[in-house]
Design a protein. Sequence first.
Length: 207
Amino acid sequence: MTDNRLLRDVFGKRYGEVLLVHIEESGPMATVYCSFPLNDCPQELWDKLDAQAIAAENGAVAARLNGPRHWLMSSIEKVSAGAPVRKTFGGIEMLRQATVQMATVNPAPYSVNKVNRHTVFTFDAGREIYELIDPEGQRWVMQTWSQIFDPALDLADLAGLAGRLDLPVGWRYQPRVPTSPLRVDTTTCSAHVIQDELANSYSLQTG
């Protein structure tokens, strides 16, 4: 049995994730637990999380603390099967939201990770978005900005981010304002996701 859930007014909302990594035949696989929409990942609790202890407690080869982050889409539609799975890490309640086929246990910037998340991300027309364009002309839209490496990074900084990124040869970064809604639909396929060196995340636009 599947269930479709639509979350509106997501833009700017803060969250954090814990990724529990296991090694499978296909390579490193992470199960992603996310604090959104249960809470905004309180900083005082987040600062106390111990990745090594979390990995040991959950029988994982590693745990990655992925946050705090802020959403950049306007809405999220999620297709889920069965009841939601909850876990609490250091007092922060989270929901299991996805699995990730990782390039490595510690992926380098701009390496592709395949995310099984069954979602539609919608970016409204008229609101600025931030894209990476690769040498093949494919567009990767920023889905979240990160405060992992730069705790002061804010929404207002994103338009000028090109000057801070050490992009691979042939890549470019640009802000633009879409004239129609942009939908990234990965309900029936894996999402292809990359991060820049500031850990901002981008989804490949398909279709």
